[in-house]
Design a protein around this ligand. Structure first.
Ligand SMILES: [Zn+2]
Length: 324
């Protein structure tokens, strides 16, 4: 737990971000400050009821330990990966938690007595960057968050765009090559299968396990636990042959993928976030070279590519203040 600030505002909210490995909660204000935060392990193997109960206990202990009164909390926002039914607030499917049709919003609202909102985590992260980093100024923003997989979020016309049945902006499963790498969603050739951190690492890991020895082994000190997008990029820069071919493909597909989305949506800003973006040095700059070659000139005019700045707090900050 961390106390970030002792300054209080009248309108405080609680944001919760349920990830595959940890659940983070924070008391936040409308300036985008996290006043008090706490995290617990997700323990996804325990199943829905146990995790739901842990979340409710976490909310209560966050309120108690922060010294803030419950009646000062205006709303709770929950961000989670997966598809959410808008009217019922049910999580229809959460791939990293294995949940199907769980009524998390209603369960939390009932247990706490505080109005609760639930949202896809990348929608929430994009909204957080838009509201607090970009100050809600650009009307059209595309968020692409690259971690183990790829998630997307869209602000169109100054509003969060969710699609006809609330499951839109699945950037990671746009298909870049119908005959391409297999994706964990079951399809082939998805954006995520080319540029998601887990997939990139698996491609290098497989070849190393088959006996490949190159500069990558020095970069990771012979320890496979050190193998991730950041070390693969480092080995690519150092001239490793395997990481060179893997990483050049990542750059090319990332640039082509973003170019397609830029041509389709004509955003003013593309926000790039997630572990692969934060953990690499040149990926954004390398991607931009491909983007500038492949997107249409009119779509590139005035376009800004920004790195997400709220880090692991983007989703909990965003979800706290989504009122639409
Ligand atoms: Zn897919």
């Amino acid at each position: 737990m961390t106390i970030y600030c002792c300054f209080r505002c009248d309108f405080m909210r609680i944001g919760i971000d349920i990830g595959g490995t940890k659940i983070i909660t924070g008391i936040v204000n409308e300036k985008g400050s996290v006043l008090y935060s706490k995290k617990i392990p997700t323990e996804s193997q325990k199943g829905y009821a146990a995790i739901r109960d842990n979340i409710i206990i976490l909310i209560q202990s966050t309120i108690n330990e922060s010294g803030i009164q419950k009646n000062e909390i205006e709303q709770i926002g929950i961000a989670t990966a997966g598809q959410i039914e808008r009217v019922s607030g049910k999580i229809l499917f959460s791939p990293n938690l294995g949940w199907h049709n769980v009524p998390l919003r209603n369960d939390v609202e009932k247990a706490t007595g505080i109005k609760t909102h639930i949202e896809n985590d990348v929608n929430a992260a994009t909204y957080g960057e838009w509201k607090f980093t970009l100050k809600s100024i650009p009307q059209d923003v595309l968020g692409v968050f690259i971690g183990t997989g790829i998630g997307g979020g869209l602000i169109l016309g100054g509003k969060l765009y969710r699609g006809f049945s609330n499951v839109g902006a699945e950037v990671g499963h746009t298909i870049l090559n119908p005959y391409g790498y297999h994706c964990n969603c079951g399809n082939d050739g998805c954006f995520e299968a080319y540029c998601g951190g887990w997939y990139i690492t698996e491609r290098v890991k497989k070849r190393v396990q088959e006996g490949y020895k190159g500069k990558i082994m020095d970069v990771i000190n012979g320890d496979m636990d050190n193998l991730h997008a950041g070390t693969i990029e480092e080995a690519y820069i150092a001239g490793d042959e395997l990481c060179g071919s893997v990483w050049r493909e990542v750059i090319e597909y990332l640039g082509a993928g973003i170019a397609s989305l830029v041509n389709l949506l004509n955003p003013e800003v593309v926000v790039l976030g997630g572990g692969v973006i934060y953990g690499t040095k040149r990926l954004i700059d390398d991607m931009k070279i491909v983007l500038e070659k492949r997107a249409m000139a009119a779509s590139l005019k005035g376009l800004r590519i920004e790195k997400a700045r709220l880090g692991e707090e983007s989703a909990l900050l965003g979800v706290s203040y989504i009122d639409e």
